[in-house]
Design a protein around this ligand. Structure first.
Ligand code: G4P
Length: 529
């Protein structure tokens, strides 16, 4: 096997997704600990201690304690090279989560055992299902009083519409949490809380071991035996193909904080997941190990480091090997380029990388040429990957700067943030850039916009909520005279940055009105923003 093929086959690339506070940061920290990427638990920090997770870059994340942007970390474990893509833990940023999922081959979903699938998270998890990638569930905080494991599984099945298959099964919870029963080895892994360090005392018992009885509380053994019988008899059978199609989620119970069940999870995770998968392009499927270097941009982030005012484009390598000095072809720019300052993030450190392989994520310095979804490939084999869909914004605001002298910074800031895909900006027809209409998928994105304009561009803004809820691009823009359309009085004509015309509606009723009164008009929900 060539070196490139063996390197690629070692890769596992997954996104980690959860409701805020379910334990995503804690689990990530423990995984990094096993990989030796960090040495001490607590290096990826809790929020209240005013120390912050390695992946939390932005001020607003620190203030709110939510993860807004996604970041990438890599670690090695038992010969594997694992890339973790962190995702925003709030559904207002579900579009960002979706883009990150596009760069991942599978997702780990962390659920708080005491809460189950929380309402505000449903949208976020559904985005995961939409992507049809394997989802592996970690039900966390079993050392706290939890819901019944049956209810937790039912929650997942009902909300996400996918089947569940428990890989292990908890014995009690909270003070009565005694460990998990591993269904494959048919052994009980006894719960021993440690304060989060890597070395965990491992005590295993088979079901008929008399020592198990003394480890368990009164009555727990009977419940366990019943549960095991029930699961083996009635549960969904484990079917690796269904897992890989994203139709069945393997479920693990554990406690990230006390480091219980994390290493078994990691080991089984490696068995369940695949090396980087092929991707669709306009030239057929691109095979990670057969095709030469190719990658696509799934995220752009400006000003990650305030001192450097840099803009980084994150790319997922889809095939072949990347070398630092290689020349690549940027399809959308129709140009040969060199990717400058390619870097990878290893726990806390950003490191310049000299080589990377399919499955890896690299961040490259972006002088303003990249957009989300762009393809870079080898000049001898040109093609474009399938694009990343844009979510239609659902909330709109009129935004203008307080100080009219700051016009330049205002335009630069709003444009750059829009290029990152964090917001979409529009203008009223024939209006100048003094004020723009900003559309977002989740309202928290408005707060991020305000904060970032102030913090990174030194611009104070005034935001005025607009009553619109629906946006439609005019599909047959060339043949329609937008100004003479017969529209309901609460419909607004606007244009995007590329000059495409759109309509803003307050209700579905006004959309119907527009279509009925303008027989030639064709509307579409998705723009090529
Ligand atoms: P997130 O990234 O998903 O938002 O969650 P995070 O890991 O930050 O965890 C949220 C809180 O839950 C933290 O407590 C963390 O210590 C706690 N936690 C995580 N995993 C477990 C677990 O397995 N068991 C228990 N009992 N708690 C867990 P915090 O109070 O917000 O922070 P801190 O005061 O502990 O630093």
């Amino acid at each position: 096997m060539s070196d490139i093929v063996s390197e690629i086959n070692k890769r596992r690339t997954f996104a980690i997704i959860s409701h805020p506070d379910a334990g995503k940061t804690t689990l990530t920290e423990k995984l990094l600990l096993y990989g030796g990427a960090i040495n001490l638990a607590g290096s990826v920090k809790g929020k209240k201690t005013a120390k912050h997770a390695v992946s939390d870059w932005m001020e607003i994340e620190k203030q709110r304690g939510i993860s807004v942007t996604s970041s990438v970390m890599q670690f090695k474990y038992k010969g594997y090279c694992i890339n973790i893509l962190d995702t925003p833990g709030h559904q207002d940023f579900s579009e960002d989560t979706y883009r990150t999922l596009m760069a991942a081959d599978c997702a780990v979903m962390v659920i708080d055992g005491s809460k189950g699938v929380e309402n505000q998270t449903i949208k976020l998890f559904k985005v995961c299902v939409m992507r049809h990638i394997p989802i592996i569930t970690f039900i966390n905080k079993m050392d706290r009083d939890s819901k019944s494991p049956y209810d937790l599984l039912e929650d997942i099945e009902n909300v996400l519409g996918i089947n569940t298959c428990p890989i292990n099964w908890p014995i009690g919870s909270g003070k009565e949490f005694k460990g998990v029963y591993d269904r494959k080895s048919k052994k009980v892994l006894a719960f021993t809380a440690n304060n989060g360090q890597k070395e965990v005392l491992k005590e295993e018992f088979s079901l008929d071991d008399p020592q198990l009885d003394s480890h368990l509380a009164y009555g727990q053994k009977d419940i366990l035996l019943d549960d095991v019988e029930l699961l083996d008899g009635a549960g969904d059978e484990f079917d690796l193909d269904a897992v890989r199609r994203g139709e069945l989620t393997p479920v693990f119970f554990g406690s990230a904080l006390t480091n219980f069940g994390v290493e078994p999870f990691l080991e089984e995770f490696l068995n369940l997941t695949t090396p980087p998968l092929p991707r669709e392009s306009n030239d057929g499927l691109i095979e990670p190990t057969k095709d030469p270097f190719s990658a696509f941009v799934f995220k752009i982030q400006a000003n990650m480091n305030k001192n450097h005012r840099d803009r980084i484009a994150f790319m997922r390598i889809c095939s072949g090997k990347f070398d630092k000095d290689m020349e690549v072809f940027h399809m959308q720019g129709n140009k040969k380029i060199k990717l400058s300052q390619p870097q990878q993030i290893m726990a806390q450190e950003r490191e310049i990388v000299s080589e990377a392989y399919a499955g890896d994520i690299i961040g490259v310095f972006d002088p303003g040429i990249f957009s989300i979804g762009d393809t870079v490939c080898t000049p001898s084999h040109k093609f474009s990957f399938k694009g990343i869909p844009t979510f239609a914004p659902e909330h709109f605001c009129l935004v203008r700067q307080k100080d009219t002298m700051k016009r330049k910074q205002f335009i630069k800031g709003t444009n750059q943030i829009a290029q990152e895909g964090a917001i979409q900006i529009f203008q009223e027809l024939d209006a100048g850039m003094e004020e723009v209409i900003v559309g977002v998928v989740g309202v928290l994105q408005f707060d991020v916009l305000k904060h970032r304009l102030n913090n990174e561009y030194n611009v104070d803004i005034i935001m005025e909520n607009l009553p619109f809820r629906f946006i439609r691009w005019i599909k047959n823009d060339e043949s329609v005279d937008v100004k003479s359309l017969d529209l309901a009085s609460d419909t607004k004509r606007i244009q995007d940055l590329k000059g495409n015309h759109l309509l803003l509606f307050t209700s579905e009723w006004s959309i119907d009105w527009a279509l009925e009164h303008n027989k030639d008009l064709e509307l579409t929900e998705f723009g090529n923003v």
